[in-house]
Design a protein around this ligand. Structure first.
Ligand code: CAO
Length: 456
């Protein structure tokens, strides 16, 4: 057995960068150039590739660690390295190919010319050994043109999928990679989306908008320019796409939560003393249960349009996301299997995930797989709003501030003070009919007006 240390290679100006994802496990058999982990600085994220192949014996890093060039990543048993000769550890393999004429991966064509690339210390290669593992630039270019499989790590493919780009499909292969061997980096995906959205004629979505005027605001008074946070830029691109691609209808309604709030308040002390560590029993936790109950009754709300546009994919699981306001912008953590959890567990998870989100420690997989989203602005204010669907989900529920209202009681022929919660349900009209939108909020009203129903 030959055990070798795998160190972080020279990563340009990146120092003390955070590991945001580890892409291999102990026991994995990897080949040269396989992505080992993704690191991220304030400016960019990049995958760290394996300098040689073998079997992972020990991981010496974990998500959240900070690394620099030379940091120990893992121990690799290289005795079983099955990497074909073309991918031998001739470390030149990390140097991006420089195709003549600006083909795929060429610097001139790179969407992010200033993003530092992972480079290896250039080895002394004897003159008689030809540089290996250098893809033919013409072939690489042809691959893009033909829309064949694009060269991207799993994490980048997952990231692209979150943004609605179908990995392996024509979209991903339209992106030019600026990484080693033309590999598509996360920044390439971001820049591609940005460029598509910025197309002045609305070409990306075929709307034929006239170009937005470029205005120098300084001519009207003092201004200050602030860079958008990374989350704002990403969520902005997503929100824009979702807003224009899904025909939204918003159904407004009100639920009488007087009894629910009485019950919740009566349980606050007990919840605060519950093990482990107590929990704040929030209204949102009850709303999660009510939404799942309504999704069971109206399964088209727990669905996504298939990529072919011909089918509806109905989900049998109930993962519900919630919009969480953080100093850097909006994120949507997802609570899994809400149908299998009780309100206390959901409240606990809501608190944990919100805290992680605000501390920027939320893992990517904690924001994936959602079936439906709730956006609660009730703690802040407002009477109603039109939330944007978190595609490929087909509906989102907005909650505004509950207020005491005089409600007509037919039986006693009098107005009664009742605590009314405003509901704003946006849905994708391609999937959900108006009548079903109204049925869904009516169902929610029923569930919320009598908390015992949530047990059924
Ligand atoms: N009506 C009246 N009061 C409400 C309420 C409602 N619908 N919802 C919550 N409140 C009150 C709570 O009772 C609580 O009051 P106390 O502090 O007196 O107990 C306070 O508001 C805070 O509520 P909470 O702790 O239950 O938190 P929350 O569930 O309201 O919010 C979270 C959690 C993560 C959803 C929230 O922090 C958040 O980020 N909201 C913003 C979401 C957002 O930005 N959506 C917009 C997306 S579209 O751009």
């Amino acid at each position: 057995m030959t055990i070798k240390e795998v160190l972080v290679p020279d990563i340009g100006s990146f120092k003390d960068v955070e590991i945001i994802e580890i892409l291999v496990n102990v026991g994995d058999s990897i080949v040269t150039d396989a992505a080992l982990m993704t690191v991220e600085s304030d400016k960019a994220a990049m995958d760290i590739p394996a300098p040689f192949g073998g079997i992972v014996k020990e991981l010496r890093i974990k998500v959240g660690d900070k690394v620099s060039a030379g940091s120990l990543v893992l121990m690799l048993d290289t005795s079983s390295d099955t990497t074909p000769a073309t991918a031998s550890p001739v470390v030149k393999s990390f140097v991006p190919p420089a195709p003549p004429g600006g083909g795929a991966g060429g610097e001139g064509n790179s969407p992010v010319a200033n993003v530092p690339q992972p480079t290896h210390p250039a080895p002394e290669v004897p003159a008689h050994i030809p540089p290996r593992h250098q893809p033919d630039p013409v072939a690489a270019h042809a691959e893009f043109a033909a829309g064949k499989a694009a060269h991207a790590s799993p994490s980048v493919r997952r990231f692209a999928r979150e943004l609605g780009i179908h990995p392996g499909g024509a979209d991903l292969s339209r992106i030019k990679g600026s990484g080693p061997h033309g590999r598509i980096l996360k920044e390439d995906v971001q820049n591609w989306i940005k460029a598509e959205l910025a197309k002045p004629t609305g070409e990306a979505i075929g709307l034929g908008f006239p170009p937005a005027p470029v205005i120098d605001f300084a001519q009207f008074g003092d201004i200050e320019t602030q860079a958008l946070s990374r989350i704002k830029k990403l969520s902005g691109a997503n929100l824009h796409r979702n807003w224009v691609s899904a025909p939204h209808v918003t159904q407004f309604d009100e639920a009488d939560i007087t009894d629910l709030e009485d019950f919740r308040k009566s349980m606050l002390d007990e919840a605060a003393k519950s093990k482990p560590g107590g929990v704040k029993l929030t209204l949102l936790a009850f709303l999660m249960k009510a939404v799942v109950n309504a999704m069971r009754t109206y399964p088209q709300f727990n669905a996504s349009l298939a990529a072919d546009g011909e089918n509806l994919v109905l989900k049998k699981y109930f993962h519900v996301g919630f919009a969480c306001d953080t100093p850097d912008g909006l994120v949507v953590p997802v609570i899994r299997d809400v149908n299998k959890k009780d309100v206390m567990d959901i409240a606990r998870e809501l608190a944990e995930l919100s805290e992680l989100a605000r501390e920027r420690k939320l893992k990517i997989n904690a924001m994936q797989g959602g079936c439906f989203t709730i956006s609660s602005l009730g703690g802040i204010g407002g009477t109603a709003f039109t939330p944007i669907i978190n595609c490929p989900e087909v509906a989102i529920l907005g909650l505004s501030r509950a207020s005491m209202q005089p409600v007509w009681n037919k039986a006693s022929k009098s107005f009664e003070p009742r605590l009314m919660l405003p509901l704003s349900l946006s849905y994708d009209h391609r999937v959900i009919d108006g009548a079903d939108g109204a049925r869904f909020t009516s169902h929610l009203r029923l569930m919320l007006s009598d908390v015992r129903r949530l047990l059924l």
